[in-house]
Design a protein around this ligand. Structure first.
Ligand code: MUC
Ligand code: MG
Length: 367
């Protein structure tokens, strides 16, 4: 189980339709495939999605930090020495998705070695999760058409609506159009990706008070410390911290500071080890969690559902597991599919990630 080699392979797969939101947009999945090889058998696999507007990482920086710093630091350690691995990774600040991919690849190794699914090792709560779909910026009628298509094709009835545009009334209009079209049984919540000021967000929330929204996420910048506390104190619905709470200490700061009342867990940034800490922290504090999406491909989505389905608290709510639907292709030999609004776990040992070598050869950027 000794780590003998770590690969960081950049690959690029275009989206059929870009996803636009207040802090950026994604047109191509410029991700990094991470493979951790051991001396006596299993190779662990995961992917890291660069999100420069959220974490400062790029595809090039992820490859560089793994090749130049992390791989030399962890080579020679056993896959069973996860705490020692993290101690070494944490000598470098930041780089959350690079660290998370290494963590999840180690869990994949452990699952394969034990002949057991990672989701079972993590907690084994359920075998499938309800799926929430993210609706990006577009004119209101196109957002409605997308939600209806996703509902009719995949049975999804929970939608996270991207907001944070100016004027904020464009988003109020889009949310109202979605509620009118989807009816009262659909679950809607909003994510501003820090696009509004606290006062714009407060007005928007007031004007949407009759829409039955479940949550509001990151409506204004966490750096607007007092403005955000003021906003959260008057929010009629739980306020989710996403990019403001990317590690356990930030979760503590946001919750205890009154700047958030629910937490988005993203395995793409906290892997399984640190995601479990955040989840337990939230359970202990009595705070709701949601499985978020870092605009993951199918590999990342398999990781999210493995974690989300493993625990009672993360399986309560629909998880954001559908962003891969907009990609023109992916690397798995057997593509994921969402049916009846749910995504099933992969059976078998480890994470069940089986990479198609022809697809990898077609999309990799390093040869
Ligand atoms: C989300 O929930 O915000 C967009 C930016 C990011 O960091 O994650 C995505 C989705
Ligand atoms: Mg978010």
């Amino acid at each position: 189980m000794k780590i003998v080699k770590v690969e960081a392979i950049p690959f690029s797969i275009p989206y059929r339709k870009p996803l636009k939101f207040a802090s950026g947009e994604v047109r191509t999945a410029d991700h990094v495939l991470v493979r951790v090889h051991t001396d006596d058998g299993p190779t662990g696999v995961a992917e890291a999605p660069p999100r420069p507007y959220t974490y400062g990482e790029t595809q090039e920086s992820i490859v560089a930090v793994i090749d130049k710093i992390f791989a030399p630091q962890i080579t020679g350690l056993s896959a069973l020495e996860r705490e020692a691995v993290h101690e070494r990774l944490d000598r470098t600040v930041g780089n959350p998705t690079a660290k998370a991919a290494l963590d999840m690849a180690l869990w994949d190794i452990l699952g394969q070695a034990a002949g057991m699914p990672v989701s079972g090792l993590l907690g084994g709560y359920t075998k499938r999760m309800r799926v929430s779909h993210m609706v990006g910026f577009a004119p209101a009628e196109r957002m409605v058409a997308e939600a209806e298509r996703v509902r009719d094709t995949h049975g999804i009835t929970t939608f996270k609506v991207k907001v944070g545009r100016r004027p904020y009334t464009d988003d109020v209009e889009a949310c109202r159009a979605l509620r009118d079209a989807l009816g009262p049984q659909a679950e809607l919540y909003i994510d501003g990706n820090r696009g509004w000021t606290a006062s714009e967000a407060a007005r928007a929330l007031r004007e949407m008070a009759d829409l039955g929204l479940t949550f509001a996420e990151e409506l204004c910048p966490a750096d607007d410390v007092l403005g955000r506390r003021w906003l959260v104190a008057q929010s009629p619905i739980p306020f989710i911290a996403d990019e403001s709470a990317t590690r356990a200490a930030e979760v503590t700061r946001e919750l205890l500071g009154g700047s958030a009342t629910a937490i988005s867990i993203k395995t793409a940034r906290t892997g399984f080890t640190a995601s479990q800490r955040v989840l337990h922290q939230c359970e202990g504090l009595g705070v709701e969690v949601l499985m978020g999406n870092q605009i993951d491909g199918q590999i990342g989505t398999l990781c999210s559902v493995a974690f989300g389905a493993a625990h009672r608290s993360s399986a309560q709510r629909a998880g954001e597991l559908s962003n891969f639907l907009d990609m023109s292709d992916d690397l798995l030999t057997e593509p994921l599919s969402i049916t009846d609004g749910t995504l099933r776990l992969r059976e078998g040992a480890g994470l069940g990630i089986d990479i198609d070598p022809d697809k990898l050869a077609r999309y990799r950027q390093d040869i």
